[in-house]
Design a protein around this ligand. Structure first.
Ligand SMILES: C[S@@+](CC[C@H](N)C(=O)[O-])C[C@H]1O[C@@H](n2cnc3c(N)ncnc32)[C@H](O)[C@@H]1O
Length: 190
């Protein structure tokens, strides 16, 4: 996806409440932090100053845009795939994912990778739009997903990582529903 276009499309949502949600979520990041699918680096301004951030982003244009931002923060950005993270087990204090499990081809595999690279007691911070679990809206999101997948670079409107999170057995599994049930914000501890 074109990084400049992504930032232009997201700008109104950042202003309405996405920026505030990023700020709230990332205030819990600490220590050595991995961000998967870091996109154009829109989270970078919100990390606490003492975090050491490594971003993994497979898309060249998105990564270039984030590299322009990363220079202003304590951050590195590299090419990589969340389904096969190039890090040893239990390497990170915090892992962050925002609006990313909707796009990753095998979200279960990526979640297993996140769990693997987190230290015991480490924190996984996650913000996702999800399939709203009501008959009409859920069905509508199912119907819209094939077209949306092509328009929005592989994004699914009808996913929800809750079951995978439960299966992996994070110690605490707090989440909050946002956007009238169309999104969730999680703070998970391994
Ligand atoms: C909707 S964007 C979100 C970007 C950013 N996280 C944000 O909050 O603005 C989805 C991102 O996931 C990335 N992505 C897709 N497949 C991925 C994978 N297998 N591993 C890591 N990132 C991936 C895309 O390249 C894109 O940057």
């Amino acid at each position: 996806m074109n990084g400049l276009l992504y930032d232009i499309v997201l700008a109104p949502f950042e202003a309405i409440n996405l920026g505030r949600l990023r700020e709230e979520l990332l205030s819990h990041a600490h220590g050595k932090t991995l961000e998967i699918g870091s996109g154009t680096g829109l989270n970078l301004p919100y990390y606490p100053q003492d975090t050491m951030i490594i971003g993994i982003e497979p898309d060249e244009s998105m990564r270039q845009k984030s590299l322009e931002r990363a220079g202003h923060f304590h951050a590195q950005v590299m090419a990589g795939d969340a389904m096969a993270l190039p890090f040893p087990d239990e390497e990170f204090d915090t892992v962050v994912g925002t609006l990313v499990f909707c796009t990753i081809p095998d979200p279960q595999k990526a979640m297993e990778e996140v769990h693997r690279v987190l230290k015991p007691g480490g924190t996984f911070l996650l913000l996702e739009h999800v399939r709203k679990n009501t008959p009409v809206m859920g069905k509508l999101l199912d119907v819209m997903t094939p077209l949306w997948f092509h328009l929005a670079d592989g994004c699914h409107l009808n996913r929800d990582p809750s079951d995978t999170i439960k299966r992996l057995g994070f110690k605490t599994q707090e989440y909050r529903s946002i956007w009238k049930g169309l999104g969730k914000l999680w703070m998970l501890v391994k």
